[in-house]
Structures are given as C-alpha cells and as structure tokens.
Design a protein around this ligand. Structure first.
Ligand SMILES: [Zn+2]
Length: 319
C-alpha cells in the first residue's frame, strides 16, 4: 500500500490522544477524507480557531478565550470567598455539574508525582498568590484519593501555611463536618485536617455517614453490632471497606429494616465468597451498594501487585 506522509504523521498524532490507538486514528482519518466538506474542512477551521483563541489561564489554570478572558477568575460576575482546587478541567466540570459548590476554581494541571508532571509545572505558586487576596477565606482541596492526589494535597496545604486562609478537604466542600474516632491519631494531626476526634459512642450518635477503616483484630471483630446500631440517632449510611467481620451483618440488616440506618455500602463480608443466606435478605428496592472486595484496587496497588509478582517470578526462574 502506498504510504502518504500526511496520513502517517496524522496517525501518529491522533494515536497520542486518550483512548485512541493507530487503528482508531486511521478510521477517523478515513472518515474525514470521505467527508471532506462536511467534516474535514470545518474541523480544520475549528482546530485553528481553538489554537488561536483558547488557552489555559496562567493564574487559575481554567480555560479562557482570548476575546473574553477568564470567566473563572477575571470577569466572574459573582464574587466568592472560596477557591476549590482540582487536578484537571474535567474535575472542575464535574463539580460545576453537581451545582453544590459556589466559588472559584483552581486547576493544577496534574499531580505532583505523576510521571509526566513536574512540581514546578503545577499552578501551585499562583494558587498561593490567589489565596492571599483579601476576599479569599477558604481553599478547598479536591484532589483525587490516590497516593499522588493526597501527596499533592499535603504539599498544597503546606504551601498555604503562609496565608491566612482556612484549608479544607473535599467532603468539607459540601458542608460536611468530619468527625472521627481513632485512639491512635494525635489530636494535632486531626485538627490540621479539620477533623474533630470524639469518642466512639458520641460518633455513633452524631454521624450521618459512618465509614469504617480498621484492621481485623480480636478487639475489632464484631465491633459494629446491635449495641452500636442502637446508639445511632441520625439514620446514618454505613460504609465498610475494611474487613467484613468488623460489622455484624445480621445486626446491620436488622438495623436497616428497623430504619435505624438509612443505607449501607459493603465491599467486604463476614465470609467470602458471600454467604447465600446474606443475599436472600437483599432486594433491589434496598438503599445499598454491594461490591466484590475491590475497593483496594487502585492504580497504585495494581502496579505494586504486578511488580511484586514479576519480581518473584524472575527470582524463581533465575534461582
Ligand atoms: Zn483564570
């Protein structure tokens, strides 16, 4: 087949876009060539306009048009006292679509440890400058829950110490007050993260959502049982992604049926594979989410597990 340089170059370029490989690139190019006037010409013109007129704002990282400037930080009609920090523009759009948050955005353009991203390429200095402005009272860090996202969050938190703003994390964006029971976490560490440490009984009585993060030991087995549910006063949602035997499943179902709790999300179970008896009590109308022990599967853990297996295999094969 005759190779046409223009097509070869374009295949390589389109293959660099997310979710597209050389095969999809060739299909797209063929479609464009066949729809020369309906698609190829207007897309070419639009891309040229995009290149000329649309770019990221140097101050907040959001998208701006050269003709009207940045709607996020320059000519926003509303004046806010909060900045929500996200990793990329898609995160800004998701939070905007939820209509819960009213405030400015700051788009970092990645995370500190991501391989393609250097710390100095992220818009952290300009965030600190924006946070120093008189009208800003709070910066809400909404980076992802990955190791990289959290590393970035701690770095930002540290960078903002020179300002007077209050720093909050994602759950706090939506007005949630975070309380916790943990006998091993120092008070100072909790308060730095705007988390109040309280005792266990008080936590059961005050919480709307209870998320459990515990190892399974003799002390924690069956920890959340009928007695604990009876202390819950706000019809909370229970989330267990730690170890199954920490929550007594029979008592959990009783608490749900008696409307002591309003819902539950379980990723771990007393016995796995899950006991059929448990499923018999679950119906489609219930306010619950059940997942198959997958909450530990993250990008980082996948890499670690693969690396561990590869190293063990190499060690075995090379003696
Ligand atoms: Zn801006």
């Amino acid at each position: 087949m005759q190779k046409i340089n223009e097509i070869e170059v374009l295949v390589k370029l389109i293959s660099r876009l997310p979710g597209l490989g050389p095969k999809s690139a060739k299909r797209i190019i063929l479609k464009l060539i066949n729809k020369r006037d309906e698609l190829l010409k207007p897309i070419t013109n639009s891309l040229a306009q995009l290149y000329k007129n649309v770019s990221r704002c140097h101050s907040c990282g959001s998208l701006k048009s050269n003709s009207i400037g940045c709607n996020n930080c320059e000519n926003n009609k509303n004046k806010f006292n909060k900045i929500c920090v996200v990793e990329n523009i898609a995160d800004q759009w998701s939070i905007e679509n939820s209509s819960i948050y009213q405030g400015y955005f700051h788009i970092l353009g990645g995370t500190i440890s991501s391989s393609e991203q250097r710390k100095e390429d992220l818009l952290i200095n300009s965030l600190v400058e924006r946070a120093k402005k008189d009208d800003i009272e709070e910066v809400i860090i909404a980076t992802s829950a990955t190791v990289e996202g959290q590393t970035t969050a701690y770095y930002i938190q540290d960078s903002l110490k020179e300002t007077n703003v209050k720093v909050s994390k994602l759950a706090q964006v939506f007005g949630a007050q975070v309380i916790a029971y943990d006998p091993f976490v120092p008070e100072i560490e909790a308060s730095e993260n705007n988390v109040s440490l309280i005792d266990q009984e008080e936590l059961f009585g005050l919480s709307d959502v209870i998320s459990i993060h515990l190892p399974l030991t003799d002390q924690t087995r069956n920890l959340i049982n009928a007695n604990s549910f009876n202390l819950m006063k706000c019809s909370p949602i229970i989330i267990n992604s730690s170890r199954g035997s920490i929550v007594n499943e029979g008592d959990l179902l009783d608490a749900y049926n008696e409307k002591i709790i309003s819902g539950f999300a379980l990723d771990v179970y007393g016995s796995e594979p899950v006991n059929e008896d448990f499923y018999k009590h679950i119906s489609n109308s219930m306010n619950c989410i059940l997942t198959p022990h997958t909450s530990g599967v993250t990008t980082e853990s996948n890499v670690r597990v693969s690396q561990f297996i590869a190293e063990k295999t190499i060690n075995f094969l090379t003696g």
